[in-house]
Design a protein around this ligand. Structure first.
Ligand code: HEC
Ligand code: HEC
Ligand code: HEC
Ligand code: HEC
Ligand code: HEC
Ligand code: HEC
Ligand code: HEC
Length: 245
């Protein structure tokens, strides 16, 4: 993405203001649930047990695999499935309408589905209710957010092994949109990052997130460090001979 220095400066300032504002208004999903612009408690169902009567293993649209992920650890007070956090509806929104069949026998979807029925900003806001932490401090001004990418463009939540979280399968998720980088990592001289046709034994040792934070960063090109050089020094320390020059 191309940004002139003024826009970049303005957007990082915006990030800081936005972050401060969000921290002020959001202390967690449980605390937010009582606010005026929040849905009334009656729009929520009785929770996960009710959903699972139709979405358990073996049914048409099974959803049980979310219990095999980090988010299914109910002992964590911040988990969607912890007391007061509304279970499935922490992400899908208050879904009492979805339980009733319409007169024509059809069923309204829950208010938040993670496809084109729900605007991207609304989808991401559900996730940021809980994940507005240091890992995503630069998200509001990041290329992916500004390009209207959703969290779910990269993340798969109803699976125990989200491919983007593991070193070997992550690049394939990124290559879906970054064809140029796919081609670059097929060259002779490149970093040992996985590609579909990779046969060299050391590929897969590194991944995109050894250098990039896909949630945004203060430096150029979503790098983890503030400058390109600092990024390289993470793994390639300056040779002694250069220091004595
Ligand atoms: C009485 C059965 C039933 C219950 C209870 C139920 N669902 Fe569903 N749900 C369905 C059926 C059937 C579909 C898919 C069919 C359709 O498209 O109408 C579906 C689809 C969905 C979808 C996908 C919608 C889409 O259009 O992409 C989501 C998300 C969902 N349900 C979440 C929930 C949640 C959350 C709960 C609990 C609050 C719940 N469901 C309870 C029957 C049920
Ligand atoms: C942490 C957020 C989150 C929670 C909690 C959650 N979901 Fe989902 N759900 C998603 C996302 C995101 C998708 C889109 C597909 C994906 O990423 O795997 C989705 C998709 C679905 C679908 C559509 C799947 C399909 O085959 O089209 C159904 C049905 C569904 N969820 C039901 C549920 C039920 C029932 C629960 C509670 C047991 C639940 N979800 C809990 C985020 C969540
Ligand atoms: C009700 C709070 C809540 C909501 C809403 C929520 N999460 Fe989470 N999420 C958690 C908790 C708690 C964990 C486990 C601890 C951690 O990693 O922060 C977690 C973990 C994760 C992880 C790491 C999983 C792993 O295996 O390490 C990802 C990725 C994630 N969430 C993405 C999302 C996305 C995308 C959404 C929106 C669709 C979302 N979350 C919505 C609470 C939530
Ligand atoms: C461009 C792809 C991409 C997008 C978009 C994206 N993520 Fe991630 N996310 C990743 C990758 C890759 C990792 C693993 C990071 C690592 O291993 O260093 C990750 C890790 C995480 C984690 C676990 C580690 C942590 O930072 O706490 C959470 C939680 C998370 N993402 C939430 C989100 C949320 C919420 C959104 C949307 C606001 C989002 N992600 C958007 C690619 C993405
Ligand atoms: C759904 C499409 C999509 C996916 C998946 C995706 N990206 Fe992107 N990414 C974009 C778009 C659009 C841009 C902005 C235009 C550009 O620079 O190509 C972008 C920009 C970037 C940039 C440049 C940021 C800047 O400020 O110049 C980096 C670095 C990046 N992505 C890394 C990743 C990584 C790493 C992954 C996988 C973890 C990933 N992307 C997954 C769509 C995607
Ligand atoms: C060894 C570190 C490193 C690794 C690994 C890496 N990148 Fe990069 N990437 C960079 C640097 C440094 C830049 C910035 C180049 C510049 O600004 O001159 C960059 C730039 C980018 C850009 C922006 C390009 C542009 O023209 O604006 C994208 C998109 C990108 N990387 C995606 C990826 C993806 C996808 C992966 C994994 C498949 C990946 N990168 C792995 C270091 C890395
Ligand atoms: C996360 C660690 C890491 C980072 C960060 C990193 N590298 Fe590397 N670099 C490696 C590894 C691992 C190799 C491969 C060594 C091998 O193949 O034996 C490598 C190899 C190289 C090579 C030799 C490639 C070849 O095929 O001969 C060059 C040149 C290089 N890196 C430049 C850079 C530059 C420039 C940066 C900063 C943009 C950078 N590296 C950042 C880990 C890293």
């Amino acid at each position: 993405m191309i940004m002139n220095p003024d826009t970049r400066h303005a957007s990082s300032k915006m990030t800081a203001i936005l972050a401060a504002f969000l921290i002020l208004i959001m202390t967690g999903p449980a605390a937010a649930a009582g606010d005026e612009d929040q849905p009334g408690e009656s729009e929520y169902t009785k929770g996960v047990k009710q959903c699972m009567t139709c979405h358990k293993e073996g049914k048409e649209r099974p959803a049980h695999e979310i219990f095999f992920t980090e988010m299914g650890i109910t002992g964590d007070p911040d988990s969607p499935f912890a007391e007061g956090n509304h279970d499935c509806e922490a992400c899908h929104g208050p879904a009492s309408q979805h339980l009733k069949k319409q007169p024509d026998g059809s069923r309204l979807p829950p208010p938040v589905t993670f496809d084109d029925k729900t605007p991207v900003a609304e989808q991401n806001a559900m996730c940021m209710n809980c994940h507005n932490d240091s890992g995503r401090f630069h998200w509001p001004g990041s290329a992916h957010n500004l390009e209207n990418n959703s969290c779910v463009d990269c993340h798969d939540l109803h699976t125990p092994n989200d491919p983007v979280l593991s070193l070997e399968t992550q690049p394939e998720v990124c290559y879906q949109c970054h064809k140029e980088q796919r081609a670059q990592f097929l060259r002779q001289s490149r970093h040992p990052v996985q590609t579909p046709s990779a046969t060299m034994s050391h590929v897969g040792l590194m991944s995109c997130t050894d250098c990039h934070n896909p949630h945004g960063g203060a430096g150029p090109a979503n790098l983890i460090r503030n400058t390109v050089n600092e990024q390289c020094y993470d793994c390639h320390p300056m040779a002694p001979i250069m220091k004595t020059c």
